[in-house]
Design a protein around this ligand. Structure first.
Ligand code: HEC
Length: 122
């Protein structure tokens, strides 16, 4: 009996921990400007962003491809890009492709990518 109570408490604590890691945002409807600025301040390493962006190029071309649903992100503001990536990571934006992409990205990676893409011209 005692063992199962302990196990139950452990599972409950694990679920809580996972939930707090997953929900970074202040609300479930958008990521606040404040959260975006905090993440952008984590890294300004454009070279790291360029390195990471190798993974994005297969889908995000520098010019719009007709019939494609992939937006051009080169030249968008770093705030716009970071906010979008955080919203995919938090599940606020529901797109399975981008959710898979961002599941591997920490705040540092998101910041570096956002600064890199913001410097690119369309
Ligand atoms: C397998 C294809 C694919 C890859 C790889 C990919 N993306 Fe995307 N991306 C998409 C698609 C499709 C959308 C549109 C999703 C939607 O409708 O929400 C998108 C949307 C976005 C948006 C939102 C743009 C906007 O204005 O709303 C950003 C930012 C973005 N991707 C950044 C990245 C970054 C950074 C990488 C690399 C780390 C990456 N993507 C890799 C397919 C991809």
């Amino acid at each position: 009996m005692r063992a199962s109570v302990t196990t139950g408490a452990f599972i409950f604590a694990s679920v809580l921990a996972a939930t707090s890691l997953f929900i970074h945002a202040d609300s479930n409807t958008s990521v606040s400007e404040q959260d975006v600025s905090k993440v952008l301040a984590v890294s300004n390493d454009v070279a790291y962003g360029e390195y990471l962006a190798g993974e994005c190029a297969s889908c995000h071309a520098t010019t719009a491809v007709s019939g494609s649903n992939v937006p051009v992100i080169q030249g968008a503001s770093s705030e716009h890009i970071a906010q979008a990536l955080l919203e995919y990571r938090n599940g606020i934006r529901d797109n399975s492709t981008m959710r898979n992409v961002v599941s591997a990205l920490g705040d540092e990676e998101i910041a570096a990518l956002a600064h890199y893409f913001a410097q690119q011209t369309k």
